[in-house]
Write a protein that binds this ligand. Sequence first.
Ligand code: UDP
Length: 378
Amino acid sequence: MVLMSDTGGGHRASAEALQAGFEQLYGDEYQVDYVDIWSNHTPYPFNQLPKTYSFMVRNSLMWRIGYYGQQPRFIHVPTQTISSLFVSKQVSAAFDKYQPDLVVSVHPLMQLVPLRVLRQQARKGGRTPVPFATVVTDLTTCHNTWFHPLVDRCFVPTEYCKRSALKNGLKEDQITVHGLPIRPAFSGKIASKNSLRKKLGLDRHLPTALLIGGGEGMGAIEQTLDALDDRLGGACQVVAICGRNKALIERLQNRDFPGGLKVKLCGFVTNMAEWMSACDATITKAGPGTIAEALICGLPLVLNGFIPCQEEGNVPFVVDNKLGRFERKPERIARILEGWFGDSREEFLQIAEQARKFEMCEEALEPKFLEAATAGCC
Ligand code: UDP
């Protein structure tokens, strides 16, 4: 039983990756269910988590206050313990329904409460608790709620996250550094760029950028399209993936691009491996899932923003490892792509090569950043 929530797109993608990975390795030996405990198995207002998240992350100051306010153990442990008094009956019913042999959490708010409920159930039944693993889906700066000393195993993507886990009381032998769980479609046999472009309705010859803002379609997607239209016009095409941002899709559907930029507009897509493999570069906020997927596909990255706190460390992670550039201003992003698809092609090819061979578990970063990231304030 994998515990996830649609706060962003990364936790669902990780849950799907684990489900598909189990199936690939073990066939039908295991049944893997992924479940949003908070949305589907808790009462109001706890079941509003994804909506609250979506609102909060768009209000930077509010999100920072909430995030850092809950960072100390002496705050989040009592807060979540009190929450569990209100939700434990329903959460317990969910475990009764799914009868898991193993629980895996891919969400920072799904450690303390489920572990507490599983232990209560075990005590009542006179048996040992169901094994519990955490799979951390942030890359560098992680919230402390990810780390609970009672988990049987904690998988972290990078050495930085391992430091945070140790700082939060986990022992060396509880932690495995293992990269991020990425859906097997990214590592399987994928069709050639040419045939994917044909299948997806893209021009086969134009340089192509993928423009995305995580599962929620965040960031300056429309302004970036305008800037690309101004500077590159018909010399390139863009796949704009708006995720669950319906308002943005509706707005863009009624837009035209006077410079002649070709735009392929998508909502939430379920074949990201195909879209990425059909493109040449990615413009994205610093979401860990999108960064990891783009690297697998060898796509140079332009990071155009980040969710405050948990994604801040991902910017130096990409820039210091020479996997891409960070630039907020749409006009400058357009200038970077103009260079990459034109005079600075050499730089572009070098970054693409570095992305392809990059090993997440062995990354190198400025020690100064490392200190800041592990102190929880970047
Ligand atoms: N994603 C997807 N379809 C979409 C938009 C996003 O499958 O239409 C996936 C994307 O491939 C990535 C995840 O959602 O795996 C986004 O995760 P990330 O960590 O980049 O950002 P988040 O949305 O969690 O903030």
